[in-house]
Design a protein around this ligand. Structure first.
Ligand code: DGT
Ligand code: CA
Ligand code: CA
Ligand code: ZN
Length: 583
């Protein structure tokens, strides 16, 4: 009966959709949307927070929403939601998931044709009933049919690991056209989100025709969803949707800002602009009168760079990964934004696998590849014995591997330091997979959860604390064990885990694999604020995975992480000293 954080967030999200269909004030709609987002990014169970009476400490949760959370936790239901459902059929929320159908159209179909589900909409479209509606036509009716088909093929949000290379490929292709003066990825990809709803690309050009033409006729397009002079959309064969906007270079700054988002960041930026007597949109900053109406006679301020937009509003430039309205605007105003970590700060990778367990390349191949990528030191960390499916190493094999690692390290001389380690399983019963006298023979020990992931909170917490407190464990790998798309993070008392990690100087990993990105940004931010050391590692199972580092960096940046919080930015000398001092 008791609802999870995710279920409560879903209810608020649906309330927002229904309020929007009903035509409620946008601020009211947004308040539910933001509450849902805020709940999704929580690191603690709502039940626990509610018991402490601290719900209103959560960002975007005021008294009204807090009372609704309490109601759902107590009864498993929400009267407000039930009443909304009496007023606005729930199926309309599903209809709004169709590309090109917003609240206005959903309402139109409902009021004019009594349509309350995607199936009914499909029947109406096939029967040519939509074309006659106000503002609709044969073309928009056909678009709806295609939208329904696309939705049926869609499998939710794409991983950034899939979406980003695809998006970059398209951007590179368009930038080769002579008309293209500049270009960038925008939207959630630019902000480095873990999953991507659709890809947003911007190109600066005076003449958009040839660019749009090239875009809708790319080889990997399954269908064009729209083709116009300023905006076109396509669906790729992979199912991924891509929006392209072409605009004049003089407006590049405002456009890139606007289409990078997030929506919540934009809303706040617009408010700040109004405080300066300006209206901000994708085209310009325009002077307004006291009624907030644009003064047509006044000169607009065009911004050809994002820097100029922020500067005009008296703000420090905000890196895209921070644009989530989670304190970045306040920090930018005080010129106190963090100096976020960059790829160039990383000089090591502390987590990778080889053919000794479930990796695809030998130790030597991994070492050579890391040398090529400029790493100063790395640790070879294959799986431990209880992980049979991953060909985990027995004690004998582990020690034999360590010997081979040291031999290769000698051969490499000063070019790169190769350390012998393990990714040891924290077993379901809470014990560790190797005894201490074995761990003592290794240079670096990771402990990770791979099984018993649905255990109760106190059980999982106890396992993590036991690993953190072991004198040989230096790092916890992918601490929450989440995996996209469908494995949720473990339920653990993160306050206790972070406190113990800080006290024991045990590193918590930010696993860079785009299917993990674990610690998640919110937890990484809490961790560094609690004095926990972090490391950003690829967990590579083959040479190509070593290039996934950029996703871990983006994830860290979303968690406000700086180079000084991350041990694999340290020189080898400093890292060696640190290992020496704590053992
Ligand atoms: P996604 O695609 O779900 O992963 O997330 P985004 O953030 O890429 O969202 P998307 O593609 O719908 O829109 C791209 C950006 O455009 C978004 O981050 C903010 C901006 N944007 C979209 N719609 C609106 C709007 O109605 N008002 C404002 N101010 N900005 C908007
Ligand atoms: Ca997008
Ligand atoms: Ca979009
Ligand atoms: Zn691993």
């Amino acid at each position: 009966m008791s609802l999870s954080n995710r279920e409560i967030a879903d209810v608020f999200e649906r309330c927002a959709d229904m309020l929007q269909i009903r035509g409620d004030n946008i601020h009211r709609v947004l308040s539910y949307r933001r509450a849902a987002e805020s709940i999704r990014s929580l690191t603690r169970d709502l039940r626990v927070i509610a018991n402490d009476g601290n719900l209103t400490d959560i960002s975007y949760i005021g008294k009204t929403i807090a009372a609704k959370i309490d109601e759902m936790l107590d009864t498993g239901e929400l009267e407000f939601y039930s009443k909304l459902k009496d007023e606005v059929p729930e199926g309309l929320v599903d209809i709004m998931c169709i590309n090109g159908v917003g609240p206005k159209k959903a309402k139109l179909f409902w009021e004019q044709l009594d349509i309350t589900s995607i199936d009914e909409l499909r029947i109406a479209a096939d029967g040519e009933k939509l074309a006659g509606l106000p503002g609709m036509g044969k073309k928009s009716q056909q678009k709806i049919i295609e939208g329904i088909e696309a939705l049926a093929r869609q499998t939710g949000r794409a991983s950034i690991g899939d979406a980003k290379p695809a998006a970059q490929g398209i951007l590179d292709l368009l930038l080769k056209l002579p008309e293209a003066q500049d270009g960038a990825l925008a939207g959630s990809i630019r902000r480095g989100r873990e999953t991507i709803g659709d890809v947003d690309i911007l190109i600066a050009a005076d003449e958009s025709g040839p660019i749009m033409q090239r875009f809708v006729t790319m080889e990997n397009v399954s269908r064009a969803l729209g083709h116009g002079p300023t905006k076109s959309s396509v669906e790729l064969l992979s199912g991924l949707q891509v929006d392209l906007r072409v605009l004049p270079k003089a407006r590049w700054g405002t456009a890139l800002c606007y289409f990078t988002g997030s929506l919540a960041h934009n809303v706040k930026m617009r408010q700040i602009a109004l405080d300066h007597g300006l209206s901000l949109n994708e085209h310009a900053l325009s002077p307004v009168d006291e009624n907030k109406t644009i003064i047509e006679a006044a000169d607009k301020i065009l911004c050809d760079s994002e820097e100029k937009v922020y500067e005009t509003l008296g703000l420090q430039y905000v890196p895209p990964e921070l644009r989530e309205d989670s304190g970045e605007i306040e920090a930018a105003r005080a010129h106190r934004l963090p100096r976020l970590i960059k790829r160039a700060d990383i000089v090591a990778d502390l987590h990778m696998h080889t053919t000794w367990s479930d990796g695809k390349n030998t130790i030597r191949e991994m070492v050579e590849a890391c040398l090529k990528r400029g790493h100063q030191y790395i640790v070879i960390t294959d799986h431990s014995r209880s992980l049979g499916i991953a060909n985990g190493l027995s004690v004998e094999r582990l020690l034999a591997q360590a010997e081979e690692v040291r031999q290769i390290n000698n051969e490499m001389g000063e070019t790169i330091q190769v350390l012998a380690g393990t990714e040891m399983d924290i077993k379901a019963d809470g014990s560790l997979d190797y005894p201490d006298d074995v761990l003592a023979q290794l240079d670096f020990v990771i402990a990770s959860l791979h099984s018993g992931l649905s255990q109760k909170r106190d059980q999982v917490t106890r396992r993590l604390l036991n690993a953190i407190r072991n004198p040989y464990v230096r790092m916890i790998g992918h601490p929450s064990a989440r995996q996209f798309p469908n494995r949720d993070e473990v339920d653990a008392d993160w306050d206790a885990v972070l406190a113990a990690a800080a006290e024991q100087h045990t590193i918590l990993e930010i696993n860079a694999n785009p299917l993990r990105l674990d610690l998640k940004p919110e937890l990484a931010r809490l961790a560094k604020d609690s004095g926990v050391l972090l490391a950003i590692n690829t967990d590579a199972h083959r040479v190509a995975h070593l290039d996934l580092m950029e996703f871990g960096i983006a994830n860290g940046r979303r968690g406000w992480v700086e180079a000084r919080h991350v041990v694999n930015t340290w020189s080898y000398e400093r890292f060696r000293q640190w290992l020496h001092n704590i053992s």
